[in-house]
Design a protein around this ligand. Structure first.
Ligand code: ADP
Ligand code: MG
Length: 545
């Protein structure tokens, strides 16, 4: 530990480490760039996949930026900030995770060059902040309108969002795109004149087996549970559904009470009493008119027997999140006390049926009336395939709902990034001073998208970039982007390469915010011991490459 740092060795615990000033910045930028480097090769339809093997030997094969970074379990604090970018992007819009991370890496690399030239980090941060605001203005100015009924365009957006996923050919992707659009349209609501899509109510359930084309849309909820008792109906038409957060069991006393039974009669009476209580519970359900019940808690064997006898189908230990979805799909109200249960609390589904899928029972609650919660049931031949289908659906649902909510789209294939870069360079001149250098650096960083798309397709990025800049000077040339098949440029609108505005907005926000946070750090103090199992703060080259 250096001893000239204001006696820090006196206040920091033994084994603590500290990195200061330029050295901290240099190291952090290096780590961020290394993280971006990992996902770079996956960008775009020509991007490669990663195979990740967990400590337990589970294998994940994916192209999804958020998943790759999450599975890597990086340790360095800056690497973790980079992982957070992908997670935020994934949560907010579902798509564009790789773009956001690569952009952040590039912003930091460009910033590193400025710091090398002696420009103060606060000037860089200020420049980046202004540039991000301007970039978003340029984005909006270059966007076009799309409505939720514009099925053709939504389908384009969906297919492009899946373009880099290795999940079968065009027909499989088109199929998934159609299902995602159906789902988004079904759950979309209009609040104060604005379209709102709550992704939480599009459930993606998966089971390996079948093919990707067997993936289906369910106008309701699929519950990965079985019907509680073999004597209950396996299939109920026109189901009247009760949702109960009640245990159909006799509660065991909490205190250490002891019941003394001294004769067989007493035992008999005691059991009869218990049975009667359970029977009463079932009676209350039956009286409400319900013929199907979903129960968040357990069901005693005796209660199961009475339910079956009454022709009521029951599913127990249903997850809370599934109960909420069932409520949204069937219109039922979640009831927490049996005494409150009334006919008005019941929901409706045209069909509730248990089906055996890949050797396991699942309960389909379908044919609901205008459900505000739906399910896409993903299928695929192997666990790897079905998992990638699930991740792709997440991206597609995110992209389609972003487009539907914001009602705007932009041209992809690196086209919009060229416009942003061009616009920012003009803006830099207006701003002047040293800050213009930072805005210029931001503009250069934006071009990492077309550059990487070209690199991954095996083309010459400089050549393509020069051509794109040239075309984009003309008003009619704004549609030009990277043609990944011809190693050149072409009209992206014609090829249908369009993306939701919201995905790009979010990528710029999260990338620039992360870059600013990382640039502001000039002192890293770690009290984790260096020799400890989790390691210290320094970059771990082995992990990063
Ligand atoms: P992300 O995780 O950022 O969404 P992707 O691997 O999905 O990363 O790649 C998205 C990028 O690929 C976007 O810039 C998009 O415009 C581009 N892209 C997708 N399809 C095409 C295509 N057919 N031609 C050119 N670029 C494409
Ligand atoms: Mg994508």
């Amino acid at each position: 530990m250096p001893e000239n740092q204001n006696g820090q060795y006196l206040i920091l615990p033994e084994g603590a480490s500290r990195i200061l000033g330029r050295e901290a910045q240099r190291q952090n930028i290096m780590v961020a760039y290394a993280v971006a480097g990992i996902v770079k090769t996956t960008l775009g339809p020509m991007g490669m996949d990663k195979m990740l093997i967990s400590e337990l030997g589970d294998i994940v094969i994916t192209n999804d930026g958020a998943t790759i970074l999450d599975e890597m379990k990086v340790d360095h604090p800056v690497a973790r900030i980079m992982v957070e970018i992908a997670k935020t992007q994934d949560k907010e819009v579902g798509d564009g995770t790789t773009t956001a991370v690569i952009l952040a890496g590039e912003l930091l690399k460009s910033a590193g060059n400025l710091l090398e030239q002696g420009i103060h980090p606060t000037i860089v941060v200020k420049g980046y902040k202004d540039a991000a605001i301007k970039a978003k203005e340029i984005l909006v100015a270059n966007s076009s309108n799309i409505s939720i009924d514009d099925t053709d365009k939504l389908e384009r957006i969906a297919v492009i969002a899946m373009s880099s996923k290795n999940i079968g050919g065009d027909s499989a992707k088109k199929h998934l795109a159609k299902l995602a659009i159906m789902a988004v349209k079904q759950v979309a609501t209009v609040v104060n004149g604005k379209t709102v899509v709550d992704h939480d109510f599009i459930k993606v359930e998966k089971k390996e087996g079948g093919s990707i084309e067997d993936t289906e849309f369910i106008n309701g909820v699929l519950v990965d549970k079985e019907i509680a008792h073999p004597g209950m109906p396996k299939s109920t038409k026109n189901a009247k559904i009760a949702l109960l957060d009640v245990a159909l069991e006799i509660e065991k006393t909490e205190t250490d009470a002891r019941i003394e039974i001294t004769s067989p009669d007493q035992m008999q009476a005691f059991l009869a009493q218990e049975e009667k209580m359970l029977k009463d519970m079932v009676e209350k359900i039956s009286k409400s008119g319900a013929n199907v019940v979903f129960i968040q808690k357990g069901i005693d064997d005796v209660a199961q027997h009475y339910l079956a006898k009454n022709g009521i189908t029951a599913v127990r230990r249903v997850k809370k999140s599934d109960m909420e979805k069932l409520a949204k799909a069937t219109g039922a109200r979640l009831v927490t006390s049996l005494d409150d249960l009334e006919a008005a609390d019941l929901g409706f589904a045209g069909m509730v049926e248990e089906r055996k899928i890949a050797g396991e029972q699942m309960v389909f609650v379908e044919k609901c009336k205008d459900p505000k919660s739906v399910t896409i049931f993903a299928r695929g031949s192997t666990p790897q395939v079905v998992n990638e289908v699930e991740r792709s659906l997440n991206d597609v649902i995110g992209a389609v709902s972003s487009a539907a909510e914001t009602g705007k789209y932009v041209i992809g294939g690196g086209a919009i990034e060229i416009d942003i870069a061009t616009g920012l360079r003009e803006y830099a001149i207006d701003v002047g001073g040293k800050e213009q250098l930072a805005i210029h650096a931001f503009a250069d960083a934006m071009e990492v998208v077309p550059k990487t798309l070209t690199e991954n397709a095996g083309g010459d990025p400089i050549d393509v970039l020069v051509k794109l800049r040239q075309e984009h000077k003309k008003k009619s040339g704004k549609v030009f982007g990277v043609d990944i098949y011809k190693e050149s440029i072409s009209d992206m609108e014609k090829q249908g390469v369009i993306e939701p505005l919201k995905v790009k907005m979010q990528a710029i926000s999260s990338a620039s915010e992360a870059a600013e946070i990382i640039l502001r750090i000039d002192d890293m103090i770690s009290s984790r011991s260096r020799g400890g199992p989790a390691g210290g703060m320094g970059p771990h080259p082995g992990e990063m490459e």
